[in-house]
Design a protein around this ligand. Structure first.
Ligand code: GSH
Length: 206
């Protein structure tokens, strides 16, 4: 059976759980990372020398890097659903997965760390405000893209929506004032209805 290591409070673990649920896979999730530790044990480091979550073991095939895991699961179990067969649709989905990892997540991250993982008396309002401004700029880019599409890669939900869905879910749950991005809001509302999204959208921030 597919094994997934990682705590559900990790946005990167959330992507993998959402993807596996979307595909209807049977899997076992093993707590690791944060307060659960595990990631520094020799056994874990042998699977992922970075000591980070998530990691999967699919019948002996071990893989780390959340977006690579989503791509792998989508390719193996979601041909022509999560994994688009059309090369251009797939490239579009891929592009937004990379953008989530290198642009959107780093923009939102500092606000999340300050507002959720830092004691109120230790919070730095300038970091929160700078992160908010950066995140709003990125969400403006996503909003313009979604103005003419149902989902990030076109008419259908694909693997490309999952990492972005996790980041945007986190953004909408942060206790701060947000600008309006109507197309992102419409897309996120549709994602929230999906059975595969239930575990992630049902979580509180921690
Ligand atoms: N690029 C990696 C980043 C993984 C990562 O940074 N994971 C964080 C949680 S989001 C982690 O393992 N932190 C240490 C811990 O939880 O103990 C991926 O996407 O899988």
């Amino acid at each position: 059976m597919l094994k997934i290591w990682g705590r559900l409070t990790s946005v990167n673990v959330q992507k993998v759980i959402w993807c596996a649920d979307e595909l209807g896979l049977d899997f076992e999730r093993i707590e690791a990372g944060g307060l659960y530790g595990v990631v520094n044990s020799p056994e874990y480091r042998a699977m992922n020398p970075n000591g980070l979550v998530p990691v999967i073991d699919d019948s002996g095939f071990v893989l780390w890097e959340s977006n690579a895991i989503v791509r792998y699961l989508a390719t193996k179990y979601g041909a022509d659903s999560l994994w688009p067969s059309d090369v251009q649709v797939r490239a579009d989905a891929d592009r937004w997965m990379d953008w989530q990892a290198v642009s959107l997540n780093p923009a939102i991250g500092p606000a999340f760390i300050q507002l959720i993982r830092t004691l109120p008396e230790k919070r730095d309002v300038a970091i929160i405000e700078n992160a908010r401004i950066e995140a709003e700029k990125k969400l403006g880019i996503l909003d313009a893209h979604l103005a003419s599409r149902e989902y990030v890669a076109g008419l259908r939900f694909t693997m490309g929506d999952i990492p972005l869905g996790c980041s945007v879910d986190r953004w909408f749950k942060l206790p701060l004032a947000r600008e309006s991005h109507p197309h992102v809001e419409r897309w996120y509302a549709a994602l929230r209805e999906r059975k595969g999204a239930a575990q992630v959208v049902g979580l509180g921030l921690a």
